[in-house]
Design a protein around this ligand. Structure first.
Ligand code: FES
Length: 170
């Protein structure tokens, strides 16, 4: 039986132990890349597997790649792609890059925060929705844009925000 110090929580509410992290790091470790080249692919694979990069994963990754924990932590915190906490059941990403900002993205973001009831970069207390920034979805001419549960939504306006809020209320 595991003790509290031997376990961590994962995004799916199952208990994940250090041995699971060690196994996952070994499984996803690219075989033919140097440590620096392997780090980003490994972190992406681990996030796909666990839903986020738990702080407890960092020492396992550092050891496997012979990097310092600070190196790995620095990469996880630098890139917006990496989530350090479990996401909500729905994930809404709003584009903060230049073209979408020029098309009213800032006002849309403020309205989204109000309608969804969650701050930018946060997950609602009930675990319903995560709202986070993204920096260009490649749809600049038809912004402001969002990505909702992996599906792009363009020309966001008040009516679309209302539909989006209803969609993620489930
Ligand atoms: S600037 Fe928003 S999609 Fe490119």
């Amino acid at each position: 039986m595991r003790t509290d110090t031997e376990t961590e929580r994962s995004g799916a509410d199952e208990v994940v132990g250090p041995s699971a992290y060690t196994e996952a790091v070994a499984r996803f470790l690219p075989g033919d890349a140097d440590a620096r080249g392997a780090l980003l692919p490994l972190l992406h694979a681990l996030q796909d597997a666990f839903g986020y990069i738990d702080d407890a994963l960092v020492p396992h990754v550092a050891e496997a790649l012979n990097l310092s924990r600070a190196d790995v932590h620095g990469v996880v915190t630098f890139y917006h792609d990496f989530r350090r906490r479990p996401a909500g059941r729905h994930v809404v990403k709003l584009c903060r890059a230049e073209s979408c900002q020029a098309r009213g993205g800032r006002a849309i973001e403020q309205a989204a925060v109000e309608r969804l009831g969650v701050a930018m970069g946060a997950t609602s207390a009930d675990g319903r929705v995560t709202l986070e920034p993204v920096y260009c979805l490649g749809l600049c001419a038809i912004g402001p844009n969002a990505m909702v549960d992996g599906v792009p939504v363009s020309r966001i306006d008040g009516a679309k925000l209302d539909r989006l809020a209803a969609q993620v209320a489930a």
